[in-house]
Design a binder for this molecule. Structure first.
Ligand code: MN
Length: 207
């Protein structure tokens, strides 16, 4: 039976709906070109692997594992990124629900959290992401950096929120000014959705 392939997820808003914080042109290219490329690459790699396995031939296992992780990581992280944003008029602008409580417990207040997350995102070297994660063992939130799409993540820590700070995420709107893009991002976060996701993560049992 043929296995399923990855597909580019549809956005839940129009390309122009995150303006003025992310322009239509920027969002369209980011989703339709950059994210699409990761999806296309993952599928090509999987097809190549399926074929090699069926034929009993080898491929470069090390290089392939790296390319697969890079492209699949790119796909999964972009999926989170689109999902957690919302047009500015509908954003609460601040965390809600249980997530809001845990942010206060861990960071004292939202402003402090915002400052730390911003600094982590600003200081990503080269291309990468800032991610908010949650350790179910200690019930602590953690802010981590992801290099490119796939290095330095702690695999068992579920992701609550990510911010793409690859230059391809903001070069049309903000040129090289990553800080301006990060400031803009805070206006279009869907905190209600992130809080729902947080609840699901907490209730999910470890297998
Ligand atoms: Mn991106």
């Amino acid at each position: 039976m043929a296995k399923e392939m990855y597909i580019l997820p549809n956005l839940k808003y129009g390309y122009a709906d995150l303006e003025p914080y992310i322009s239509e042109e920027q969002l369209r290219i980011h989703h339709n070109k950059h994210h699409q490329a990761y999806v296309t690459n993952v599928n090509s790699i999987l097809q190549m692997m399926d074929k090699a396995r069926a034929d009993g031939t080898d491929f470069d296992y090390k290089a392939n594992a790296k390319a697969l992780a890079f492209n699949l990581g790119g796909h999964v992280l972009h999926d989170y990124f689109w999902w957690e944003m919302i047009p500015a008029n509908n954003s609460n602008k601040e965390p809600v629900g249980e997530l809001s409580e845990v942010i206060k417990e861990d960071f004292e207040n939202f402003e402090r959290f915002k400052k730390e997350f911003t600094q982590v995102a600003l200081s990503v070297e080269g291309s990468g992401w800032a991610a908010l994660s949650f350790c179910k063992g200690t019930k602590r939130l953690g802010i981590m950096q992801i290099e490119k799409h796939n290095v330095n993540i702690i695999p068992s820590f579920p992701i609550l929120m990510v911010l793409d700070v690859w230059e391809h995420a903001y070069y049309i709107d903000y040129k090289n000014e990553r800080g301006k893009f990060i400031d803009a991002f805070w206006n279009i976060v869907d905190w209600e959705k992130i809080d729902k996701h947080f609840k699901q993560i907490q209730s999910a049992q470890k297998a």
